[in-house]
Design a protein around this ligand. Structure first.
Ligand code: XIL
Length: 349
C-alpha cells in the first residue's frame, strides 16, 4: 500500500503522518512502528487494499433514515436486491420497467458508491411468459434482447454484472440444472449470454454467480470451475466468479480460500457477492473476510443486506447490524479482518 494514499484518510493521527513521512523519505519500513492509519468504516477500510465492501439494497427501504444512514456511511458498493431481476425489469415481453432499479443506481451514484448488476439470466424470479417459451430461436432472441436492453440502460454505471446466476445443479452431478434456458437452448445458453453481454457493455466485468460453490471438493464447485476453465481456454468472455456465500452458523468451509485461489488462477477475479451467516458469529465472518484478503484477485465483498430485519433470512440474524441499526460483534470482526481497528479498541495516537 502506498503510504501517500493512506495519508488521504480521515482521522489520521499525527504520529502516523510522521511515520508515513519517514517511510517516504527513507524508502524503508525498517524500525518504523506500525502506525498505519485505520479507517473506521467497512468501505473505507476495504478501499485501503483496493477492494470494495458492499451491501444489497432494497429500493423500498430508501425512505428509512436509519437504513440510509448506515448505507451511506459504511458501504462503497451496492447491489439491487431484487430490482434488476427479470420479473422486475421486463414483466411482460418488450415492456421494461426501470423505476426501482433507477432509484437504487441514482442514489448510489449520488453517494459515490459503485453498483453491481444482479442479474440478467436466472431461472428464478423469471416471469411466466419467459419460462413458457418452447422455441429456441424465440428464447434466444428474448434472452439477448433482455440482456442488451437492461445493460444498455446502465451502461458505464455498473462495475460488475452477474450475467448468469445459479445455473449449476445442487448435488453430485456437476451439471447444469434444468431450466427453460438449459432445456430449450442447451448448455450453450451461458456462453451466448456472456458473448451478448460483452458486446453490449465492454467495460463491465462479467461474472458467473452461484451458491454452494464455496467448498472446493463439491461437484457443483467442480462443475463451475470446469466451465470457467473452458471459457478461458476458448476465449469466451468472462471476468469474474461471484461466490454468494450464504453460510450456515459455522461459516465458510475450510477449503474456501483454496476455492477462491483456484478460480482466480484461471485468470478471473473472484467476489463474495451475497454474504450472510446464520447467527453472525464474529469468527465465521472474520474467516470469510480473511480468505478474501489472502487472495489478490478477490476484489470485493458484498453482504446481503444491512440490518437483520432487512435480511431474506431474518429469522437467523445473519447480518452485521441488529434491527435497531447497531453494530453487532461481527461488524468489528469484519473491520479488523479488513485490516482496520474497531473504534473501541483504537490505540491512542
Ligand atoms: C433473494 C432476495 O434477498 C429476496 O428478497 C427475494 O425474495 C428472493 O431472492 N440468491 C440470489 C439472490 O442470487 O438474488 C437472492 O435474493 C438470494 C439467493
Amino acid at each position: 500500500m502506498n503510504p501517500l494514499k493512506r495519508l488521504g484518510l480521515r482521522r489520521t493521527p499525527v504520529t502516523s503522518l510522521l511515520a508515513a513521512a519517514v517511510l517516504v523519505a527513507t524508502g524503508t519500513a525498517a524500525a518504523v512502528p506500525d502506525t498505519t492509519p485505520r479507517a473506521s468504516t467497512l468501505g473505507a477500510q476495504a478501499a485501503q487494499s483496493g477492494r470494495y465492501f458492499g451491501t444489497a439494497v432494497a429500493a423500498g427501504k430508501l425512505g428509512d433514515g436509519t437504513y440510509t444512514g448506515i448505507l451511506g456511511r459504511e458501504f462503497n458498493s451496492v447491489t439491487p436486491e431484487n430490482e434488476m431481476k427479470w420479473d422486475a425489469t421486463e414483466p411482460s415481453r418488450g415492456s421494461f420497467n426501470f423505476g426501482p432499479a433507477d432509484q437504487i443506481v441514482n442514489g448510489a451514484t449520488a453517494r459515490g458508491q459503485r453498483v453491481r448488476g444482479h442479474t440478467l439470466v436466472w431461472h428464478s424470479q423469471l416471469p411466466g411468459w419467459v419460462s413458457s417459451i418452447r422455441d429456441a430461436n424465440t428464447l434466444r432472441g428474448v434472452m439477448n434482447h433482455h440482456i442488451t436492453t437492461v445493460m444498455n440502460r446502465y451502461k458505464g454505471r455498473i462495475h460488475s454484472w452477474d450475467v448468469v446466476n445459479e445455473a449449476f445443479a445442487d448435488g453430485p452431478s456437476g451439471q447444469l440444472r434444468s431450466s427453460v434456458f438449459r432445456d430449450v437452448l442447451g448448455d450453450g445458453f451461458i456462453e451466448q449470454a456472456f458473448r451478448t453481454a460483452r458486446s453490449t457493455d465492454p467495460a463491465a466485468k462479467l461474472c458467473y454467480n452461484d451458491y454452494n460453490i464455496e467448498n472446493w471438493n463439491d461437484a457443483k464447485t467442480q462443475g463451475a470451475y470446469r466451465m470457467v476453465r473452458d471459457f478461458k481456454a476458448r476465449g469466451v468472455p468472462i471476468d469474474c466468479v461471484g461466490l454468494q456465500a450464504h453460510f450456515g452458523a459455522g461459516g465458510p468451509p475450510a477449503s474456501f480460500q483454496t476455492t477462491l485461489s483456484n478460480f482466480a488462477a484461471l485468470g478471473v477475479d473472484v467476489q463474495i457477492t451475497e454474504l450472510d451467516i446464520a447467527q453472525a458469529s464474529p469468527t465465521a465472518y472474520a474467516n470469510t473476510v480473511r480468505a478474501c484478503m489472502n487472495v489478490a484477485r478477490c476484489t470485493g465483498i458484498t453482504v446481503w443486506g444491512i440490518r437483520d430485519s432487512d435480511s431474506w433470512r431474518s429469522g437467523e440474524n445473519p447480518l452485521l447490524f441488529d434491527r435497531n441499526g447497531n453494530k453487532k460483534p461481527a461488524y468489528n470482526a469484519v473491520l479488523t479482518a479488513l485490516g482496520g481497528t474497531p473504534a473501541a479498541t483504537r490505540r491512542a495516537p
